[in-house]
Ligand binder design. Structure first.
Ligand code: COA
Length: 254
């Protein structure tokens, strides 16, 4: 079965991470599948809302670390950048249901969603620094904007997980719900949106995003250039190798 499931019903196209044995970490092929699904959902008049979900135990462990080590993205048309541009510019509403860990891009993609529902077991983290990397998905712009600078610095410099209630407090999620009900509640909210006039949804989202749109794309480009370079540098290589070897990284020489 595919690592990304796509199912459309009642005007809602639902993308489900389906790589549970690897904690829904995202490979290049999965980014390509998600980028294709975004393009298809944008073009399909029968799709009015997109929903992104994992299961009740895990949203996503972020980028597949083996991929980072063996096949880091090299150009701006790499699948990960296609996905990020696609989600940042997607004109229809996007809803997310997040339970369990949401690491790296598992958290940063949420800044490009319109409604986010979290299980009370959700644990968000952006451990880029701990991996010798810098933020992506315009999170260096959007996290300080949403959290305030000092809380953003805690999330992005320390990279420690924060739980659903803290995410609610800073405005990253709309509601905290029982994990076993999270996907159903998000689906219900997506169906509510899907019953509304699509032209009004699209125009309202466009107007709300208008002032920050160009800045988001510019920041994504700048982050992408740094991230791509840092992936190949000693700190990141040590962090990824340590993860694969199930040991603590040793940054004393980098
Ligand atoms: N890339 C590749 N494989 C990953 C992965 C990732 N990002 N995250 C987890 N996995 C794999 C593990 O290697 C393990 O594989 P194995 O069974 O073949 O040994 C399997 O998924 C289960 O992971 P495990 O760490 O045992 O699960 P856990 O429940 O104890 O912890 C996480 C879950 C998400 C907290 C933990 O896996 C984690 O921190 N992952 C790395 C997250 C990360 O740094 N992502 C990059 C962000 S930029």
């Amino acid at each position: 079965m595919s690592d990304i499931l796509v199912h459309t019903e009642g005007g809602v196209s639902t993308l489900t991470f389906n790589r549970l044995d690897k904690k829904n970490s995202i490979t290049s092929a999965m980014y390509a599948a998600m980028a294709d699904a975004l393009e298809a959902a944008q073009a399909d008049a029968a799709v009015r809302v997109l929903l992104i979900q994992g299961d009740a135990t895990i949203f996503s462990a972020g980028n597949d670390i083996g991929d980072f080590l063996n096949a880091p993205p090299s150009t701006q048309d790499s699948p990960v950048f296609r996905f990020l541009h696609g989600i940042a510019q997607f004109p229809k509403p996007i809803v997310a249901a997040v339970c369990g860990p949401a690491v790296g891009i598992g958290t940063t993609l949420l800044f490009h969603c319109d409604l986010v529902y979290a299980g009370d077991n959700a644990a968000f983290s952006m451990p880029f620094v701990n991996l010798g990397l810098c933020p992506e998905a315009a999170s260096s712009l959007l996290v300080p904007q949403m959290f305030g600078y000092h809380r953003a610095a805690e999330a992005l410099l320390l990279g420690e997980p924060f739980m659903a209630e803290a995410a609610l407090e800073v405005g990253l999620v709309n509601r905290v719900v029982p994990p076993t009900e999270c996907n159903a509640i998000a689906q219900q909210q997506a169906r509510k949106l899907a019953a509304k006039p699509l032209s009004a949804l699209i125009e309202t989202k466009r107007l709300m995003k208008k002032s920050q749109g160009p800045a988001v794309l510019e920041r994504m480009g700048e982050e992408g250039a740094s991230f791509g370079r840092m992936l190949r540098e000693p700190a990141a290589r040590e962090a990824f190798t340590a993860f694969m070897e199930k040991r603590k990284p040793d940054f004393s020489k980098v």
